[in-house]
Design a protein around this ligand. Structure first.
Ligand code: SD4
Length: 310
């Protein structure tokens, strides 16, 4: 019998997000509601890299990317969205209330406001403000591997990086509900101090997230450009369709990135996580330091170290 319901999500922040998703799933709720409510927890926290508390782009503006997908291949996405607290919920509205899949920038914001989402003040969190000022001193544009794990989850103790380097963070979540249906969500501020207008994989269906209710669901985190290059999450799901376990499928996708990047692979981090219809789960990443949270019972919400290749 399949292990269900089940929810998994990226990084340590996944524990709190899973708990919120589990509240939906344990009561027989829909995976779609679970993955929305789950990542909303991270969006609302003063996380360095998800939601409005996150690090800004090079010009000092927080721009958010998110997508969501359900068991019917319905999907919605927003990108380059400013001053809205819950991009994942706007993505869901795009999915449910428009004939489109993606809305970006001012159009996405206009739609959000029309849908009743409050326009939040354009203001950096105290931590992001400090980080931005620090970054401006050097203005270097270099990714840092696993920044997600070096930054504290609480904003009480702002982290400074002596080397002036910054990176990105994301939460991706995939779930199967008691009825056996799959859904997924992904939300991020992208890469800290990115070029204005830059999008990563996270709002792109097939790259940052993919769900196929016959097979499984996958989501990605890390260097978005390199996830896009291989249509990462779609690849993971297709590999599961061919019979690979979630972990083996994630591993193969990571191998492909490493092959493409060659010697540059050691400079980046990418992690994939996936579940299949049997409720098996797995994850894989390029290098040490990625973890993900797995929850399938009231007392089972735990971190798993992602296996790595380099
Ligand atoms: C991006 N994939 O924008 C996101 C960032 C991320 O962990 O996942 N960081 O490229």
């Amino acid at each position: 019998a399949a292990r269900k319901p089940i929810v998994i999500s990226t990084w340590q922040t996944g524990i709190a997000a899973n708990a919120a998703a589990w509240n939906v799933l344990r009561n027989g709720g829909r995976a779609l509601d679970a993955v929305e409510q789950g990542v909303m927890v991270t969006e609302a926290s003063q996380n360095c890299c998800v939601g409005l508390g996150a690090n800004p782009d090079r010009d000092g503006f927080v721009t958010l990317d998110s997508c969501i997908m359900d068991e019917h291949a319905n999907c919605g996405s927003v990108a380059f969205l400013e001053r809205i607290k819950h991009p994942v919920s706007v993505a869901r509205r795009v999915m449910e209330k428009t004939p489109h899949v993606m809305l970006v920038g001012s159009g996405a914001q206009q739609f959000a406001v029309e849908q009743g989402f409050p326009l939040e003040p354009q203001q950096l969190s105290a931590e992001a403000e400090r980080n931005y000022k620090e970054w401006l001193r050097k203005g270097e544009y270099k990714p840092v591997i696993n920044i997600e794990n070096t930054k504290s989850q609480t904003s009480s103790a702002p982290k400074r990086f002596d080397n002036g380097e910054w990176n990105h963070d994301t939460i991706g979540m995939v779930a199967m509900d008691a009825a056996g249906n799959l859904s997924g969500s992904c939300t991020t501020s992208g890469q800290g101090f990115k070029m204005r207008g830059r999008l990563g994989d996270s709002p792109i269906i097939g790259a940052g997230l993919f769900v196929d209710n016959e097979v499984g669901a996958a989501t990605a985190t890390g260097q978005g450009e390199d996830v896009i290059r291989i249509c990462g999450s779609h690849l993971v799901v297709e590999l599961m369709r061919q019979g690979l376990s979630p972990e083996a499928a994630c591993k193969k996708a990571v191998e492909r990135i490493i092959r493409i990047k060659g010697s540059k692979a050691k400079e980046i981090q990418v992690g994939f996580i996936a579940i299949n219809k049997q409720g098996q789960y797995g994850g894989y990443c390029i290098q040490k330091g990625f973890d993900f949270a797995v929850c399938y019972a009231d007392d089972k919400n735990f971190l798993v170290d992602g296996k790595y290749l380099l």
